[in-house]
Each structure stands twice: as structure tokens, then as C-alpha cells.
Design a protein around this ligand. Structure first.
Ligand code: GDP
Length: 188
């Protein structure tokens, strides 16, 4: 049985990229045991950096199952001042899900800057830790393909970490399971 503080996946992304929707999908799957991988279940905790503002660390939104991976969502946008409050999560995480709104072309530069900061962080830069990218909102007409997202973010420069990009529609759930299966396989 995996200890929950031993297995943490962080869900990172700007606001409105789809993190809550993705988390909710995995919560539901967990309850239905649909996506449960033997021996590695999903333990989900949801919190946002905005909760730090009033309340240091508000866990009211938390959801725990008995075993498995703890999934924590962190909203990166507008949280520069609170960075150090969530960056300490990097030390104990085993994988990262980076959620991108593939239709939000205006903010691709921000998405890349944030990603670079994450990759360069001292608690992550020297670790072999898998990163799953969701090119989310792939259902929207002006969404960019995975190839274009990868080029825009310079993913080919990530040499020392296994990474994978997956198109997703978090509303319908399309692509989410495929992505998480990859991630779990990398961690096991
Ligand atoms: P968060 O701020 O990153 O947690 O983003 P949310 O999960 O709250 O999603 C922001 C908005 O985008 C909501 O209105 C969602 O319903 C919508 N959304 C999330 N994922 C998708 C998707 O794949 N396709 C479409 N069309 N809308 C999505």
C-alpha cells in the first residue's frame, strides 16, 4: 500500500486551463473505480493557491481516499507572491501534470515562462520525474495541435525527464485516462 505522502502528482496550470474539471473527472473515476490501476489508486486533494490568501492552507476542498496517488492542483496564475508557498510541494512529488488550454494562444508565452520556471526549480531540475502535458480544450475550434503546442513550449528541450503530451477534452473526459495511464506507468 502506497503511503499518500509518498506519492504525489501535482496538477499545474494557469487559471481556466481546466484543472478543476480534470480533477473532478479523476475523483469520479476514483469513486467508480473505473480508472484504478491495481496497487496504485488515486488519492485526490484539491487546493488552489488562492486559498493561501486568506487562510494559509485551506483543505476544505480536500478529498482523500485510503490509498494511492495524491493529486494536488495548483493554480499558478496570479500567484507569484505565493510561489514559495506552493513550490515546496515540488520536493515530494513524483510526477507533474501540466494543463494547457490549447485554445488560449494569447497566453502561450506565459505558459512557457511558467513551465521554464518549474523545470529550472532546484527541487525538480536534477530529478528524473515524468511530466504529462494535457493539451486541453482540444474540442475548441481554434485549439492548437499537440505538435504545435510542443513546438511553442520547446518541449524537445526537455532531455532528462520523460514527457508525454495528450490532447484532452476535460468536459467529456476524452484523453484524460490515456494520459494518466502513461503517467502512472512512468512512476511505477
Ligand atoms: P481551472 O481554473 O484550471 O481549474 O479551470 P476549470 O476546470 O475551472 O475550467 C475553466 C472553464 O473551462 C470551465 O468553464 C470548464 O467547463 C471549461 N473547460 C475545461 N476543460 C474544457 C475542455 O476540454 N473543453 C472545453 N470546451 N471547455 C473546458
Amino acid at each position: 500500500k502506497v503511503k499518500r505522502d509518498k506519492m504525489t502528482i501535482l496538477v499545474l496550470g494557469l487559471n481556466n486551463s481546466g484543472k478543476s474539471t480534470i480533477i473532478n473527472h479523476f475523483k469520479k473515476s476514483n469513486e467508480q473505480s473505473a480508472i484504478m490501476v491495481p496497487t496504485v489508486g488515486f488519492l485526490i486533494e484539491q487546493f488552489y493557491s488562492k486559498y493561501f490568501v486568506n487562510n494559509k492552507y485551506n483543505t476544505n476542498n480536500s478529498y482523500f481516499s485510503d490509498m494511492g496517488v495524491c493529486i494536488k492542483a495548483i493554480d499558478m496564475s496570479g500567484a507569484t507572491r505565493y510561489r514559495n508557498l506552493w513550490e515546496h510541494q515540488f520536493k515530494n512529488c513524483q510526477g507533474i501534470i501540466y494543463v494547457i488550454d490549447s485554445s488560449d494562444r494569447m497566453r502561450f508565452v506565459v505558459v512557457k515562462d511558467e513551465l521554464d520556471l518549474v523545470l529550472q526549480h532546484p527541487d525538480l531540475s536534477n530529478r528524473i520525474l515524468p511530466i504529462l502535458f494535457y493539451g486541453n480544450k482540444s474540442d475548441l475550434e481554434d485549439s492548437l495541435s499537440n505538435v504545435k503546442i510542443a513546438a511553442a513550449l520547446g518541449l524537445e528541450n526537455i532531455k532528462e525527464k520523460p514527457w508525454h503530451i495528450c490532447s484532452s477534452n476535460a468536459v467529456s473526459g476524452e484523453g484524460l485516462d490515456e494520459g494518466i495511464q502513461w503517467l502512472v506507468q512512468q512512476i511505477r
